[in-house]
Design a protein around this ligand. Structure first.
Ligand SMILES: Nc1ncnc2c1ncn2[C@@H]1O[C@H](COP(=O)(O)OP(=O)(O)OP(=O)(O)O)[C@@H](O)[C@H]1O
Length: 233
């Protein structure tokens, strides 16, 4: 279980509270108006934003004093975080060892991950020579080799067209299933949310609300979501 235990943060005049837990293996969408604090919630879990109160807990272990790199968490951002001067295999290998001193078995893992995301045969290419969708696959291959039990995705496929986004959402779920990972994805795209998530964390007015099952959330959404999504009342 991933717990946000009575968390409170303040960034300038912006305040955010979170007090709930996420079941292991859950796939949740983090949804809310622009500026509500969705990215901030992920940053709290990742250790990039420090709460002035409360704790982040993973499987009963307090993460508060761990640096971001020491937490059991992988991140996927829209820019995919790829290094332009390194080929695809090295970009993925960084997920195993940042100094890239890869053993034979590490290299095998990289090759397997590239096959799993559909990039077999492209390991020597540089990111600039790939399409946006292929770059997203590289980032997902890195998530696979990192094998962290928690994966946080912040509007990861916002720059892709609709069909490619749908494909990448499905692949993300597949990657998550292979790892048995707990996943939180920030998205403004309700089709992506429906394709990805079993549940929703609604963020509004300084509060990250406890996850609710997607069906229950959509059947009885908060008033703010009705406005946000432009749903008929
Ligand atoms: N380092 C910071 N210092 C001051 N304010 C900050 C800082 N980081 C974020 N904020 C503020 O916190 C609020 C929440 O930002 P956040 O990026 O979490 O929102 P979001 O819901 O992810 O928005 P969007 O959907 O537009 O990406 C915003 O008002 C933002 O300006």
């Amino acid at each position: 279980m991933l717990e946000f235990r009575d968390i409170k943060v303040q960034l300038g005049s912006f305040r955010l509270a979170a007090d709930f837990s996420v079941e292991s293996g859950a796939k949740l969408a983090v949804v809310g108006p622009s500026g509500a604090g969705k990215s901030t919630l992920l940053a709290i879990a990742g250790g990039f934003v420090e709460p002035y109160q409360g704790s982040v807990v993973w499987r009963d272990q307090l993460l508060d004093h761990l640096a971001p790199g020491a937490r059991p968490i992988s991140f996927l951002f829209q820019d995919n975080n790829l290094f332009p001067h390194m080929d695809i295999a090295r970009n993925v290998g960084l997920g195993i060892r940042p100094d890239l001193r890869l053993t034979r078995s590490d290299k095998d893992r990289v090759a397997e991950a590239l096959i799993a995301v559909g990039l077999d045969g492209l390991s020597d290419r540089k990111p600039a020579s790939l399409s946006g969708g292929q770059r997203a696959r590289v980032a997902l291959a890195r998530i696979l080799v990192q094998a962290a039990p928690v994966v946080l995705l912040d509007e990861p496929f916002g720059a892709l067209g609709p069909a490619m986004r749908t494909e990448m959402i499905a692949l993300s779920r597949e990657v998550g299933a292979r790892l048995g990972a707990t996943m939180l994805m920030v998205s403004h795209n309700l089709e992506d949310v429906a394709g990805f998530a079993d549940g929703v964390i609604w963020v509004e007015d300084g509060v990250c609300h406890a996850p609710r099952a997607l069906d229950a959330f959509l059947a009885d959404p908060p008033e703010g979501f009705v406005r946000y999504a432009g749903l008929p009342r």
